[in-house]
Design a protein around this ligand. Structure first.
Ligand code: 13P
Length: 289
């Protein structure tokens, strides 16, 4: 199946009271593994790629061509959207030109009027080409690719204005942060989420910073309109821990254990278990494709 826009899959998730996992990819191994898992689970999926990861992998065309070729070679039948995560204004256009099927334009650091205006421009360009658009107001806490946010609750009125630009889904801070949650984290603000949901007329909502949020909180957020959950750090931690264990146990020194295909397997297998667990037990999107 060809890559698809995320509009339909997130509207379906909203109506069906589940969420689609948006997993960040960093290399070929992660991409292949995630595609194999979602095919097995019959889950729709979004593959999130930050501009840092785009640069790391060699550019927008490399990423788009790799993902398209893997989807075809692996006979993937579930809907897959290739999504730019926290895109810049210029990056959003470049991603669309290269074949991404969904973009997040993140103008949350700009004055509101400028964010609204630039979001409208990205929406016009994307929608002419059948590409879905996510945008953000307020800022999600934590650090991602050098962009640091303070952890905020988005203003429902601003959410409404951004939703009215014609975007397909909206990222709004409800106390979530990127990266590891500190021990004294207050948790998600469901009051705020309810207000945002009420002001945005059923627009599917996105929960960034999906790593390490207790399962009950994720489920409650989904019941209140969250239709996409972004996960990056948790997969990185699983990958790093399993790789460390492999080396500390000296497995790279046994036979040809140093072969990168073997060296990267322990971490990749660890990601597999995590993606399965999240899709089945957190997001409820198994058997939804
Ligand atoms: P985490 O790295 O905290 O999972 O957040 C991912 C994310 O929100 C990507 O936009």
């Amino acid at each position: 199946m060809a890559l698809v826009s995320a509009k339909q899959m997130l509207n379906d998730a909203r109506d069906g009271h589940y969420a689609v996992g948006a997993f960040n990819i960093n290399n070929l191994e992660w991409t292949k593994l995630i595609l194999e898992v979602v095919e097995e689970l019959k889950s729709p999926v979004m593959l999130g790629v930050s501009e840092g990861a785009v640069k790391y992998m060699g550019g927008f065309n490399v990423v788009a061509d790799m993902v398209k070729a893997l989807v075809e070679a692996l006979n993937i039948s579930v809907p897959v959207a290739l999504h730019l995560d926290h895109g810049s204004y210029e990056g959003s256009f470049k991603a669309i030109e290269a074949g991404f099927t969904s973009v997040m334009y993140d103008g949350s650091h700009l004055p509101l009027e400028e964010n609204l205006q630039k979001t409208r421009e990205v929406v016009a360009y994307a929608h002419e080409r059948g590409i879905s658009v996510e945008a953000e107001v307020g800022s999600i806490g934590g650090e991602e690719d050098g962009i640091v946010g303070a952890g905020e609750l988005a203003d429902p009125k601003e959410c409404q204005l951004l939703a009215d630009t014609g975007i397909d889904f909206l990222a709004a801070g409800i106390g979530n942060i990127h990266g590891k949650y500190p021990a004294n984290w207050a948790g998600l603000s469901f009051d705020q989420l309810e207000k945002i949901q009420a002001s945005t007329n059923g627009k599917p909502l996105v929960l960034h910073g999906g790593s390490g949020i207790p399962v009950e909180q994720v489920k409650k957020a989904i019941s209140l309109g969250v239709s996409k959950v972004n996960v990056n750090t948790e997969l990185q931690l699983e990958f790093a821990a399993a790789t460390r264990k492999y080396i500390e146990e000296g497995k790279d020194q046994i036979g040809k254990g140093y072969d990168p295909r073997k060296l990267l397997k322990a971490g990749t297998d660890a990601i597999q278990a995590k993606v399965e667990d999240m899709n089945k037990n957190y997001f409820g999107c198994a058997d939804k494709a």
